[in-house]
Design a protein around this ligand. Sequence first.
Ligand code: ADP
Length: 459
Amino acid sequence: MTTPPAEAPLASRLTWLIALRLVVLTVFLIVTAAVYLGGFTPGGFSSIVALVTVAAAYGVAGIYAVFLRMNRALRVIARAQLVTDQITWTALVYITGGATSGATSLYGLTCLTGAILLGLPGAIVAAASGATAYLVLCAALGLHLLGVPPDQPAGAYVTHWDELRYPLFVNLLAIMVVTLLASYLAERLRTTGGRLVQATARAEQAERLAALGRLAAGLAHEIRNPLGSIAGSIELLRTGGTLSDEDRMLCEIIQRETARLNDLVGDMLDLSRPRVPALEDVDLAATARDVVVLAGQSGRGGDVEVRFEGPASAPVSADAAQMRQVVWNLVRNAIQASSAGSVVAVRLWRDAGAWLLEIRDQGRGIPAGARDRLFDAFFTTRAHGMGIGLAVVKRILDDHGFTIEVDSREGEGTAFRVRIPAAGQQERVTGHTGHVAPRSHRAPVDSRWISGRARSGRE
Ligand code: ADP
């Protein structure tokens, strides 16, 4: 049987605790025998109690060690160990002065150990058992059920309730305070430790991704040239006119697949070599229309209808090539998520000083668990996906200061919505001119429909 992950640290902490308490106990007894009892007296009452206590503590530690090796009931062992410790300290308190013994401070030590081992529940077990054991000892001494050890000076012990009250109160208060403080500190330590582990894991993952990104960029660069030659040669072959229908179909497959590879390589390069956007006047409506037409003609082309609905023009200030990449990646994803016969709608409309560009599909939707990670590099749920497309989209939009939001219902479809300040508004936001965009730039006066067909990319 192996240790479950959550129990693994507990097992190692318990091993340390068993070893540590034996060391503390042994040292404490040696010091007590040598200093307090004035040397070990064979046959003396206190020495016998000390010896029995040490022997019992070692015996119990042995039993715990066996359970620990078997990885059984670790939490029960931890609690049992805390209770045993408090009983052991009570035996020592008894032979070293009773209620007023300095050894009562050991109760607090166990509360601290309990908090480190099990948090607040551990500290409470230790505090409750320590307080009970100490109370029972004081009660037994106060009620004269337990006499002063015969080899100890009777004057060093308090056995009347009047005298017992004060040490009892002080020690119980001390146990309580130590318990509260120790649990608070242990909890803080646990939370900070947890965060540190998470941050380290994230940093390591980022490092791995960065290395992977560099490798991918190098590869992408090398792949691009031969890919260009393949695409060019196939185009020549296909248009040569000497091919049979079957050969032409094979050429089309090669063209489609090289186009797919080219997309991938482009995305990888975009992701690994961020470029500052070169802002210029761009007509977003024209860009979206072009992408829709291209998607219809692309090698994927066939059974998904891609439509554009929006105004004749939508001027924005952006990097033209990068915006085209954004629209293309979103449309491509929408087609890939769609099944045959469904529609991908690209809509553009004006909303409070900005253009909203929506790419909506009727595909499978995005599971709730995947939504938080959609824009992470290398996150993919597709068998042949690389998880780069949306990371590129997000990076480009972030670089421009544009925003994107996702609205998805599993089984019903997904809509990605990009908000882009309209050209005049953008200037106003950055404080250059402060004028409002002319009326012709506003509402979608004449909505135009453009559509093409693409083949669904469901995997
Ligand atoms: P890839 O397409 O290579 O997987 P992306 O970064 O483009 O990489 O997309 C990441 C993931 O986001 C996809 O694997 C898919 O699970 C999900 N996704 C993106 N767009 C859509 C969409 N329109 N519908 C459903 N899932 C989507």
